[in-house]
Design a binder for this molecule. Structure first.
Ligand SMILES: [Zn+2]
Length: 163
């Protein structure tokens, strides 16, 4: 149980107390004021940022991201082909990081664009967890889950072709 100082007399009171035991200052009302202030502050931030309507959010980057498992496969093939020539196939799997980095870069770009439009992207989670990012992004913007499922299908195909 946390103790706070009474703003009236400086007496230490439980934060859950209704009023101060020393001077009867209404501690409970203090908390109401604080929560009202918090709501007011975030409301102001939203107003200042002017969140852009979900329908107007540009989805170009997120669709590149949805196809990133496929694009990454081509990139890996291209890079290993450029380095190892005809033997590229033996080295292909070593460059899995190319696909990972591509995913993270694209989701980071998308996230910063959403941020610029006034969206709070903290709830979308880490850029390393692309499927979760895509799923929550669609949910937040009220989009259908199309880009999420495209990513999942392509990733699954890619994954099993590597086995
Ligand atoms: Zn007091």
């Amino acid at each position: 149980m946390a103790l706070i100082f009474c703003p009236e007399c400086g007496n230490q009171v439980s934060e859950h107390a209704l009023q101060c035991g020393n001077c009867s200052f209404p501690i409970a009302s203090l908390k109401n004021i604080q929560s009202t202030n918090t709501t007011g502050a975030s409301g102001l931030t939203n107003h200042q940022n002017k969140v852009v309507q979900p329908q107007k959010v540009n989805n170009t980057i997120v669709w590149f991201l949805a196809f990133a498992p496929l694009i990454g496969t081509f990139l890996q093939g291209f890079i290993t082909g450029a380095i190892y020539g005809d033997d590229w196939y033996y080295y292909y799997d070593k460059f899995w990081l190319v696909t990972v980095v591509l995913n993270v870069i694209l989701s980071s770009i998308d996230e910063s664009k959403l941020n610029a439009l006034g969206y709070d992207t903290d709830e979308l989670g880490s850029n390393w967890l692309v499927p979760i990012y895509l799923y929550r992004r669609a949910k937040m913007l009220g989009h259908d889950q199309a880009y999420f499922w495209v990513w999942i299908v392509l990733f699954t195909l890619d994954f099993f072709s590597l086995l």
